[in-house]
Design a protein around this ligand. Structure first.
Ligand code: FES
Length: 96
């Protein structure tokens, strides 16, 4: 089943639009997806009072070998496969 299936009852659309509907209160959040979406959602969460250390980002999409040998996962000062793949937003803000 996918979102084009007429029996789909889940949300469809931009995550930031869904955030407007959900109006989450400050706390912890876990994000995954493309950098543009992560940055947009993180900015929205910041505006809602979430703190960057409480926003967790999954960056496994940068990984290839997963063993620290291919350098494919280098992101700023980090090797995602060795030091992640989960990072708090304060660690990766501006380098996604
Ligand atoms: S995925 Fe190859 S070095 Fe990290």
């Amino acid at each position: 089943m996918d979102v084009t299936d007429s029996s789909w009852k889940g949300n469809v659309g931009l995550v930031t639009t869904l955030l407007e509907e959900l109006n989450p209160k400050p706390g912890s959040a876990a994000l995954c997806g493309p950098p543009m979406m992560i940055n947009a959602v993180a900015a929205d969460l910041e505006d809602r009072g979430f703190q960057d250390p409480d926003i967790f980002i999954s960056l496994e999409r940068h990984m290839k070998c997963g063993m620290g040998t291919c350098e494919h996962c280098t992101l700023g000062p980090y090797h995602v496969c060795q030091e992640g793949p989960i990072f708090s937003y304060d660690k990766v803000k501006g380098i996604l």
